[in-house]
Write a protein that binds this ligand. Structure first.
Ligand code: AP5
Length: 226
């Protein structure tokens, strides 16, 4: 397989960001996490950030047309010629169709989708205890992956914060939004034979290992099929 056009799919808190950060190092591919991109836009008060904030704060998705352009520009860049890792995009069927159309224009296609599967009860525990570095976005968990010093990022000493959308009522809304709008993408990619399921309830290192094994097998199968 000459390029890897990878989508990380999964509910909020399933570990897409945790695993995406590792994969980016392993695979040396550009990593585009739409949540991080949107939060940066909110901080910088850009036009996109100003329109996205109200949706994000209440646990809704931002409108498709806002986010599709942001990603289309990135996957059409020279840094993404050998592939990319998408985290948090696509999140609706129209977004998946827009991604397919953009890639088809470039003579490419999504060739791996990993669904990180975690039940709702565990997701609520994870999101409720998540602490995020205010500067670099690295995530910790008060119980499962605590920082060395309370409230301080191990990587650069910045403050750890609770994301606005990690409040209990917003967490519930984000889960509802996922089941209603994003879960249909499981079938969408299953029908295209590019979806693999990862058991996301194992500890992070085990999840990472399963992801590595799965991607290696997929690459082998796809190389053999060429
Ligand atoms: P986004 O930032 O993408 O949020 P999300 O999908 O809800 O995902 P999270 O970042 O909450 O979770 P994650 O799966 O990355 O888990 P993590 O690794 O942090 O999006 C935010 C908002 O932006 C959306 O609600 C929407 O409004 C908007 N948006 C973004 N993309 C959009 C799009 N395409 N269209 C429209 N709107 C869009 O892990 C969670 C916690 O669990 C951490 O504390 C971590 O330490 C811990 N943990 C991780 N793995 C494990 C493990 N294996 N065992 C135990 N603990 C673990």
């Amino acid at each position: 397989m000459s390029e890897l056009n990878l989508v990380l799919l999964g509910p909020p808190g399933s570990g897409k960001g945790t695993q995406g950060e590792r994969l980016q190092e392993d695979l040396r591919l550009p990593y585009y996490a739409t949540g991080d991109i949107l939060r940066a836009a909110v901080r910088e008060e850009t036009a996109i950030g100003l329109s996205a904030k109200e949706y994000m704060d209440r646990g809704d998705l931002v409108p498709d047309d806002v986010i599709v352009g942001v990603i289309a520009e990135r996957i059409d860049s020279t840094e993404a010629l050998d592939g990319f890792i998408l985290d948090g995009f696509p999140r609706t069927t129209p977004q998946a169709e827009a991604l397919d159309a953009k890639l088809a224009e470039l003579g490419r296609a999504v060739n791996a989708v990993l669904l990180i599967d975690v039940g709702d009860e565990e997701l609520v525990r994870r999101l409720g205890g998540r602490r995020t570095c205010a500067e670099n976005g690295h995530v910790f968990h008060v119980d499962f992956n605590p920082p060395e010093r309370d409230g301080v990022c191990d990587l650069d000493g910045s403050e750890l914060i609770v994301r606005d959308d990690d409040k209990p009522e917003v967490i519930r809304k984000r889960l509802e939004t996922y089941h209603e709008k994003t879960e249909p993408l499981v079938d969408y990619y299953d029908q295209r034979s590019v979806l693999r399921r990862i058991v996301g309830e194992a500890p992070p290192d085990e999840v990472g290992e399963e992801i590595r094994r799965t991607l290696a097998t997929m690459r082998l199968e796809q190389d053999e099929a060429v």
